[in-house]
Ligand binder design. Structure first.
Ligand SMILES: [Zn+2]
Length: 174
């Protein structure tokens, strides 16, 4: 039994830059394609132990789901700066649009990453590639618009807070 879920409409392909997942059946917008599972670990516990997990997903300001080494099915959805999937509820990977057979599934780590733990250089090939994916990318206005409804809840809360703060500043001319 894997700690993760991957839809039967997808297949893991080892030939995709080490690992990746593509659709083997058409997937409709809004369908769940994967779910993350594993150990829940705080950032302070990771820092104290010196552990730098190969596969982790941030689910709160100071909380990560960590998967042991290997490439369990639900964690084979790679990053793209022009993704076809988004994050719902922090752990579900959901199709943002209809996905055709053969398309590689991806989400943008800006949807989950709110700190510097997993920052990385990107060469996803998208014209919109940011080259460097950081824990501050969720702040980019264009991503906040493009990924509305597909951010991890803790990031959506941060974004909502900032929007309210900006509106209050305007209203009170602070
Ligand atoms: Zn990229």
């Amino acid at each position: 039994m894997s700690a993760n879920f991957l839809s039967a409409k997808c297949r893991v392909r080892a030939d995709l830059d080490g690992w990746g997942t593509c659709a083997i059946e058409p997937i409709s917008a809004g369908e769940t394609v994967a779910a993350f599972g594993g150990r829940c670990v705080s950032r302070s516990a990771l820092d104290e132990s010196g552990e730098r997990p190969t596969h982790s997903v941030q689910i709160d300001d100071d909380l990560f789901i960590v998967t042991e080494n290997g490439a369990p099915p639900g964690e084979t959805i790679g990053h793209s700066c022009s993704p076809n999937c988004g994050i719902v509820g922090g752990i579900l990977v959901v199709a943002m649009r209809n996905i055709a057979v053969g398309e590689i599934l991806s989400y943008d780590h800006a949807m989950t990453m709110g700190c510097d733990l997993d920052e990385f250089r990107c060469a996803c090939g998208s014209p919109a590639c940011r080259r460097m994916v950081t824990g501050r990318d969720w702040m980019l206005p264009e991503l906040q618009i493009a990924y509305r409804g597909f951010f991890s809840p803790y990031l959506a809360k941060r974004i909502g807070g900032r929007v309210r703060l900006d509106a209050e500043r305007r209203a009170f001319a602070i």
